[in-house]
Design a protein around this ligand. Structure first.
Ligand code: CUA
Length: 333
């Protein structure tokens, strides 16, 4: 951000050099062929121009090796570019194992962020340098798009489901954050910044961030407020209320496992599935259960949904002696 009109954005994430290398290589290849074809057109125009009034063109047959060559070589170049691009794409969208999940919600016209430790911010996101961060995105209204040019990452925030992108910032600083999907009248004002801090500074920032209730703990409280335990059990075990037949499937250990639906389909219980099952429970009913769950559409905000899901993800699996909420409270910093 030194010059007012930089030719290229700053490079401040672990994937940025790879994205740049790919971009430069493609630019050079494209420019080379554009120039080559332009020069040949001009040369052939001059070389094979009509010299006399009565000149007639002759059918020309290119040698077979030439025809194979100009088909096979560009094909191989295109395939190599495809393979290289795919490799960078996969790297961009598959977070490493040490990634920590942050949540971002797009809303006309602002970005709302929540840290794993519970702190919230609007239009500014503080992150520690060197830490892999997975940004899970949702939208409260229309499609927005999370774009940090210095990190070379961009991902749409789509209503009704979760999308994700990740980055590892490599140097402290303040970087632009944009919404890059036209989302209404003040789209161009839906901007902010990502502040990359040294880990110790980040810790200090978190400590000063006030209400450090973790997302999971907020989710645990919501679980009780919304009376989820009435059917899904106090600890998410699916046992329901004491002395009554179970009415709802087990939630503990459910996250990222395979679920069979009433119509025979199977799917993985990811965030989007959990979210849909809260706001629209009839959409995908688990096999063996009655479709009796009420919808919570309109009763919980996008942020509360992410908190509930964060809680469901952390519900202890089999044989947990204590209730899930006390277990989660123990984990809280
Ligand atoms: Cu949000 Cu454009």
């Amino acid at each position: 951000m030194k010059s007012q009109l930089p030719l290229f954005p700053e490079s401040a994430s672990s994937v940025a050099p790879q994205v740049d290398a790919l971009f430069y290589a493609w630019s050079v290849i494209s420019l080379f062929f554009t120039a080559l074809i332009a020069v040949l057109i001009i040369y052939f125009m001059a070389r094979y121009r009509r010299r006399h009034e009565d000149e007639v063109g002759l059918p020309e047959r290119a040698p077979i090796w030439l025809e194979i060559g100009w088909s096979a070589i560009p094909l191989m170049i295109a395939l190599a570019m495809f393979a290289w691009g795919t490799q960078v794409f996969v790297k961009l969208y598959r977070p490493p194992a040490d990634a920590v999940t942050y949540y971002g919600v797009g809303k006309q016209w602002m970005w709302k962020f929540q840290h794993p430790t519970g702190q919230r911010e609007i239009n500014t996101l503080h992150v520690p340098v060197g830490q892999a961060i997975q940004m899970k995105l949702a939208s409260e209204d229309v499609i927005h798009s999370f774009f940090v040019p210095a990190f070379r990452v961009k991902q749409d925030a789509v209503p009704g489901r979760y999308t994700s992108v990740w980055f590892r910032a490599t140097k402290p600083g303040t970087y632009h954050l944009f919404c890059t999907e036209y989302c209404g009248g003040e789209h161009s004002k839906m901007i902010g910044s990502v502040v990359v801090l040294e880990p110790s500074q980040y810790e200090a920032w978190l400590a000063g961030g006030g209400t450090g209730q973790t997302m999971t703990l907020s989710g645990a409280e919501l679980y009780q407020q919304l009376a989820c335990q009435t059917c899904h059990g106090e600890d998410g075990s699916g046992t329901g209320m004491a002395g009554m037949a179970p009415r709802a499937p087990r939630l503990a250990g459910l996250y990222n496992t395979q679920v069979t639906l009433a119509d025979g389909r199977t799917l993985v219980a990811d965030e989007s599935y959990l979210r849909e099952s809260i706001v629209n429970p009839m959409a995908k009913v688990t096999a063996g259960w009655q479709p009796i769950m009420p919808t919570f559409q309109g009763q919980v905000t996008e942020e509360q949904l992410t908190q509930l899901i964060s809680y469901i993800q952390k519900l202890p699996g089999d044989g947990a002696p204590e209730t899930a909420i006390s277990a989660v409270k123990d984990q809280a910093p």
